[in-house]
Ligand binder design. Sequence first.
Ligand SMILES: [Zn+2]
Length: 311
Amino acid sequence: MFGLFNKNSGSESLPEWFTTLEESKERLFLFLDKLEAKMEELCNAAIPELKEQLANDEDMYKRTFHRVYAGINGQLSNIREKARDVYDEKINDLYDNLKSEVSVLHPHYDLLSKFRTECSDRYNKEFEEKYQYWRNQLEKTQERDLEIEYQKILAEYDEIKNSFNCKQCGGNITIEKIFFIDTYIACSHCQTQNTFEPSSQARNLQNFARNLAEQRVSHLLEIYHTENNKERELYHERHELSLSTIHEKDKKILAQNQSQMDDLENRRKEVIKNAPKLYHVYLRAMYDEWNKITPDLKEHHEKLYENQINY
Ligand SMILES: [Zn+2]
C-alpha cells in the first residue's frame, strides 16, 4: 500500500475506489490465510487418524474409514466453496462493477487490472494449489490400505500353506498358491477331493488387485500426464505469440516470431506423438503388476489389455 502511495506525487492523485480495492484485496488475503490454516489443521489431525483406522480396522470393507474419509473430504470441499463464494462476491463483483465505470483509457486503469491479477493469483493459483495438495495427502491415506491388505494376505498364505490337512486321511496338503475362490484340491495320499475355502480377505484380493497394480505404477501415469499437458501449454504459448504480433510491422521481428511459432508447433507435434507411447508404457507396467498380484487371472488380464490398446 505504502509503495503505491510513494510512487505517486500524492494520495490525492489516486482515485477514491483505490482504497476499496486495497481493503478488499487485504480482506481476501486474510480470509484465504485463515482457510488455508484451517485446511492444514484439519488434515494434520485427520491423516494420522485415518491411517491408524485403516491399519487396525478388521472390517474388510473399511466402512468406518471410508465414512470418516468422506467426512474430511466434505469439510475440505466446504472450505474450498467458501473461498470461491468470497472470491466471486467480493472480488469478481467489485471488479465487474468498477470496470463498467473505469475504462481502459482511465489513467488508473492499471490499478484495477493489477488488483484483479493479484487477487486471482492468490485465489486461483496459491489457494487452489494448497487445496489440491491436501486433497492428495488425504487420498494417499487410502493407498497404504491396499499394500497393507496385500501384505496381510501374503502373511496369511505363509501361515496356512503347510497347515491344511485332508479331511479323509489327515495327510498334509500343500496349498500351492493364493486362492481367492473355493477350490477342490486332491489329497496326494488318498486322492480324496478336499475343498479349500479361502478367507474373506483372500477372496477380496481379486477386487482390489487392479487398484493395487495401478498404485504401484502411478508414477508412470504421472509422467504420461505431464507430457500430455504440454500439448495445451505449447498451444497456448504459440497462440499468445501470434497475438503479440498483430500490430507488428517490422519484418525482421515478424520472421523471428514466425520461426519461434514454428518451433513451438513442432514441439507440440512431438508431444502428440510421444504421449500415447508413454501411456502404453504405463499400461503395460500396470498389467505386469496386475499379473504378478493375481497370476491365475493373467489370461483374462491380457484380453483386457488387448482390448484397451486396440480401442
Ligand atoms: Zn487324504
